[in-house]
Design a protein around this ligand. Structure first.
Ligand code: PAZ
Length: 317
């Protein structure tokens, strides 16, 4: 089914219920960091859902865990950026990502059961917890990390546009790092049943429609001076670079980070209009659990600084 325009998408889909709260948070965050002259990065992370019912019991989902976005947010903070972390609810988040599942509980020891119960971190876990806790507390004390969350593809677009409206004022100091896995397909609001689909009515036939490409208005209208980085995920190596180059050609943004589903934890290719550069972790680095995001972010920060340098007019002396 052909896609409508992005304007039609916003006209038909209502904003999420927490939209105004999130918009105020975004505005306050961007204005504060603009006053300090800070660089601000919007990191999008995790996958979007496509609900099959308005009172949603079932939805179409995707694989993304949110590791790329959560890890990258931490490294942007290390590089002095203020970070808007726009993530899928319940996907991985900066700092807590290190202790997901049972990991945190396994680090604790309980003594003196009863009224004087104390819980301590096991001595051999302190070395793992302390540096993460200290970076987490530093980010909170400095007010440099803002979390906003989405669930559906329509929530995602409302939040993305609101964040862009705030970031537009920051000009070339704004960086958009769009690592979320956003659905290419959706079901228009008027085709979604209100209540849970019943099996008694037979097997449903579901017609998915194409989501309008939001990168076009984002790059051209919403944040025309920002440095925009999109991600391209494929499962077929032969499509990866041609599709990354086609995206750059079509949307005229600055950088596509291309990765394959199977190897995304240790290999990405950074594709700019001028060149392609592979980042590949060695076997030893993979074994030592080095985050590839540390290298990706280092390179993105370098390219963003270059963009800022060439686009910001010099002040006369
Ligand atoms: O979230 P995750 O760490 O499991 O995976 C990261 C990723 C593959 C979703 C990301 O690197 C990416 O490629 N995002 C864009 C996906 C797309 O082409 O829509």
């Amino acid at each position: 089914m052909a896609s409508g325009t992005w304007e039609e998408f916003f006209a038909v889909h209502l904003p999420p219920t927490d939209f105004e709260d999130n918009r105020s948070l975004l505005k306050e965050f961007c204005e504060r960091h603009d006053q300090y002259g800070n660089k601000i990065v919007l990191v999008t992370s995790g996958g979007t859902t496509v609900p099959l019912e308005h009172n949603t019991v079932r939805f179409v989902d995707n694989f993304s865990a949110g590791k790329r976005g959560a890890a990258s947010a931490e490294y942007f903070l290390e590089h002095g950026y203020a970070v808007i972390f726009m993530h899928r609810q319940k996907s991985l988040e900066p700092f807590t990502r290190h202790f997901s599942g049972q990991k945190l509980l396994d680090m604790l020891v309980m003594s003196d059961r009863g009224p004087n119960t104390t819980i301590c971190v096991k001595p051999d876990s302190v070395f793992a917890l302390a540096p993460v806790l200290s970076r987490y507390q530093a980010a909170h004390a400095a007010g440099t990390l803002l979390h906003v969350s989405f669930t559906t593809v329509s929530d995602y677009f409302w939040l993305l546009r609101a964040a862009c409206e705030c970031l537009a004022h920051i000009g070339a100091r704004a960086l958009l790092y769009l690592s979320a896995a956003v659905s290419d397909f959706y079901i228009p609001k008027d085709r979604v049943p209100t209540h849970k689909m019943q099996s008694g009515s037979g097997a449903p036939v579901i017609q998915l429609h194409l989501v309008p490409k939001m990168l076009a208005p984002l790059v051209n209208l919403w944040v025309p001076s920002a440095y925009v980085v999109s991600f391209k995920l494929e499962t077929d190596e032969n499509l990866l670079i041609p599709k990354a180059k086609a995206a750059l050609e079509k949307y005229k943004h600055k950088l596509v980070i291309a990765n394959l589903l199977q190897t995304r934890r240790h290999r990405v290719i950074m594709v700019t209009p001028e060149a392609s550069q592979e980042i590949l972790l060695t076997r030893e680095e993979v074994h030592a659990s080095v985050d590839i995001e540390q290298m990706i972010v280092g390179e993105v920060v370098r390219l963003h600084a270059e963009h800022e340098r060439v686009t910001t007019p010099r002040r006369p002396r």
